[in-house]
Design a protein around this ligand. Sequence first.
Ligand code: 0A1
Ligand code: ZN
Length: 858
Amino acid sequence: MRTEAPVAVQLSDYSPYPFEIEQVDLRFDLHPDATLVRADLKIRRTGDANAPLELDGEALNLKSITIDGKSVPDDAVELTSSGLTLANVPDDFTLVTEVEIAPSQNTALSGLYMSGGRFCTQCEAIGFRRITFYPDRPDVMSRFTVRMTADKETYPILLANGTPGEAGNVDDGRHFAVWDDPHKKPAYLFALCAGDYDVYRDQFTTMSGKTIDLAIHVDKGDADRAAWAMDSLKRSMKWDEETYGREYDLGVFNIVAVRDFNFGAMENKGLNIFNSAYVLADEDTATDADFEAIESIVAHEYFHNWTGNRITCRDWFQLCLKEGLTVFRDQNFSADMRSRPVQRIKDVIRLRARQFAEDAGPLAHSVRPEAYGAIDNLYTATVYEKGAEIIGMLRRMLGEETYRKGMDLYFDRHDGQAVTIEDFYACFEEVSEQDFSQFALWYSQAGTPEITMEETWDPETREIAVTLKQKTPATPGQPVKKPLLIPMEMALIDDEGNMAEWITLLEDEELTMTFDLPEGSERPLVSINRDFTAPVRIKRDLSRDDQLAMIRLETDPFNQWDSVQSLVKEEILALSEGSQTEPDDALVEAVAVAIQGAVDDPAFAALLTRLPDVGEMFLERQPADPVALNTARKKLQAALFGKLSGFADDILAKSSPEPYDPGAEQAGERALRTALINLLAASGREEAGERLLGLYEAAPNMTEKLAALRGLAGLDGKARDTALTDFEQDWKSNPLVMDKWFGVQAGTGDAETISKLVAHPDFDLRNPNRVRSVAAAFAMQNLSAFHAPDGAGYKVVEDIILKADKVNPALGARLLTAFEQWRILEPKAKAEAEACLRRLQAADLSKNSADIVSRALG
Ligand code: 0A1
Ligand code: ZN
């Protein structure tokens, strides 16, 4: 069967729901195979007197329906596969429905499902309609109470949003609990969990002196591994009070970790549900990157309590209103917890790798699109990461203080409402008396703007002229772009440091600035887009000497790092295109000097050793040849290791800091150690295998163990097999650690490796973490193998996607995004990728996956 692209939902079609749901009382009789859900909805008409009552509902077995206690005749209910309609309803009434659902059959992980033998829910974006009939849209906000019953022995802990009420035993070994959420919320924030957990508890005293009971619910035996998540939660709560004046608003805050989850975590009111990968950590099982991710995701979900929950989105087109803003908040939290420049560099690496790639391909869309085919596919790097960058630009233009005033007004004015981007900006226009209408184009125009910079220097008059031109490339459905308002921090730099610093606001297509420098001045260096002020690509022609001078003289840490990146990118291109056979010694030396010079800030030094990923190089020159790029990148890594081997010996000879602490200081030291381990692995030296095995065996924590294992996984030989077998033996009963074992092999192997991993008895299509540890690690991090010119990489991923999509459409669709770069590849890979996409298009895909395939083919 050929799959048709789904019909798009349009922003311009928005109209308010014609009823208010004043109160929702839910009763759950929980059984894995047949759960009964009764919903009592108190409804009042607020719109058109003739409007029918339309409720969303999917995969529900309707048992009964009454209005004000009277059963509704069958012919008065129009029931379809997507919901029910009642043509004639009173203006004020109580609707009661009873439905039966089967959580144990729910492999899509949307709605009420089982994970690890426990009940849990995921309702964003449209999962609540798989629990009961309801207007499943974010602008319908209501008060919810929940009463649930379940077998007491199997499910001793019963949780839902809000605060706990009455609880007790009922017949047949079952018990019940009531939860009441005093805050109005949209259905997507509903949550329920039931099961047997170990609980890690703590308390937090808020700025007004209220004590909050905090609890993290995890698998039996895992409680100690929740300590870092709890610590992160308390620091987030404090940070939001200090930075945004936001206090927590319930007496309890619960987190539940589940093993089967489609995303990172979910901000359900008072009951956050997390992918266990973002809760559980200790030095033996988690890397520093895991600790960092936990800190930021815990913060992200907590911050949603104000930016997302108290004030939510009017419709899903406004998703960036909560996501961009909340990512911006969590990035700043991480910057405050760690090093601001290092955090900024990491955020930009991620933005360039994921969002710039999205913007440059067929899946490009604006931060607030006009239409979407499947809502799950809108949870993208563009909405999240570019959305966050826009808030960053806003804050830079307003300044710290005015930004805070605008946020205060936003919280004050819209608390309890479902609002739009326009409502948000109206607050900033009011406090700043500025007009943000041109700036708003950042929300409606897709594509990464390119800024071309030209400079001229007149040594006679000592005048420097800097010209900036902006151009945003065409994207699907948007052939012509308008000039954006682009803020950019700039500086003129000489040997002594900054001669001048300012913020440029580029409004038109072109802007020229001239500066007359004092007598005796030499030509200064122009530092542009400092701290990556704006999410743009800069094009400038700098001589090799000027680039090297930039590395030495830049006063902005981001730009210093980026000068190294630019230099190295050119080198990789030259090597991959054959215009150069060996890396330029002077360049490699300069990079090595920069790395060694930064040794006092090891986290920064580690970032300097990082060469741009193959995928990032796709944007530099097209058609892109992943195999040649990968070979070139390795060659450069090997040359860099050549220059650094003495330095690496010294650093690696020292023992790793003990006792282990996940904080920034120690993590920085380990980052440099693991960066050097990566270079050693790429060095091509004969002794590398044995040395890596030695490092693997001696590593006192997972961070270094995994770095050595990853290095070994990319080599051939006995050392590799020894380490992989040993690791599997040690960790076969810990699924999160085994995800790493699958991941390092998928991230370094070829199509055949993937086939073997898929055939492993622990490969499980129902567990998204496991599927991603194989398919996403291969298709998104191992690009030379995925894009192999014979198409073998595509075929093996296609097979996984076809199976995964049947089980879990959100998972299938996400994996498909790996094909987004196909058009810019070298001809062989391109032809194979297209053939693969066409086969997929002809297959019977889910609506989510069909949406991606049809957009990818364009
Ligand atoms: N709001 C969550 C992301 C999320 C979205 C959809 C999900 O299931 C389909 C789950 C989580 C966040 O931003 O963390
Ligand atoms: Zn979020």
